[in-house]
Design a protein around this ligand. Sequence first.
Ligand SMILES: Nc1ncnc2c1ncn2[C@@H]1O[C@H](COP(=O)(O)OP(=O)(O)O)[C@@H](O)[C@H]1O
Ligand SMILES: [Mg+2]
Length: 340
Amino acid sequence: MSFDESVGKRLGIVTNLLQLDEQDTFFIFVNEAISRANLEVFVFDADDLSKDGCVMAKRIDGPITYEIREDLGERKVRVEIHDFDLVFLKKDPPIDASYEYLLKTLLQKKIPTVNHAAGVLGMGTKSYLENFPELTPKTFYSKTIKKTLESIKSIGNSMIKKSDSSGGKGVKHISYNSGNFYHYRYGKEISLSEEELSLIIKKYLEDSLDKTILIVEYLLSAPKRGDKRVVLLNGEILGSYIRLPDAKTGVCACADNGAKFCDPTKADYEIARVLRPHLKNHGICLAALDLLIGKDGTEYLSEINVFNPGFCNLDVVHPELNIKKKIIDMLCKKMLARGC
Ligand SMILES: Nc1ncnc2c1ncn2[C@@H]1O[C@H](COP(=O)(O)OP(=O)(O)O)[C@@H](O)[C@H]1O
Ligand SMILES: [Mg+2]
């Protein structure tokens, strides 16, 4: 779809330019968006919104790359937030005070967003996985240090997760064996006292939005296979691939350790079918699932990314999907549906 049929639409993209990594889909999406006729593209961050409902935004007039992202701040223009026809939220968690204010302002002023601001707030923490016990590895959801320690003891080999973490920053491999706790650094097992572990748990609990920590059964086959990323557009599978973990830590964090071709399977379609009504109810148009493999070959749901789902590598392994066209078409369709 071209955007010629519209008369001067304004797309606002919310992101933190300095926090973007080279792999962020931001760059391919922005470059596709500016190629559409009659579409003005602006970029701003949550703290660019002032109390009077205006944002100081960067108007993007030419192609941008990771290398020149820092130079984009020179020509900021003042735009009233309700003058955007659509705001594309592409900002990683956690939701800090300024992001919360932006989301609430967008909701209050009824500005169309992708994903829906209420959905980002509603499905944006890992605690939402509690709705799918049949799809996840064995998981406890805890709000106290005591329950977290008991859960680690009960699971034995576990991954503990701050509920609103991202990029591998709030996850830790912890095990319990013969009365002792251990954590892991570059594949080395290091013992951890109950007091040290309690401090880590306390910090995770205090820092997370819903004061929750997840204690998840550690899947030994997960780092060997890597994370399967399944990208969903309007609840349907757009494509999938495997993200390879860091060779030293076994964790798939932000860095690009390479991607492997892997088409969706029957099991992936079944997971998408279960999630679809939840995504629809929360207005989540764009989501990326992380699936980890168990030793019996079962695909387990490990994460539902709704903030800024990364899937640049889908473009690498499946260029024929033309993901940038599909995503910008989806945004344009929403702007036209608004009837302005
Ligand atoms: N249960 C698990 N067993 C083994 N490895 C895991 C498990 N859960 C997560 N991991 C590893 O940790 C990484 C980060 O976990 P994830 O829940 O996706 O959090 P984040 O939001 O930080 O991406 C995953 O990509 C995966 O490599
Ligand atoms: Mg993840």
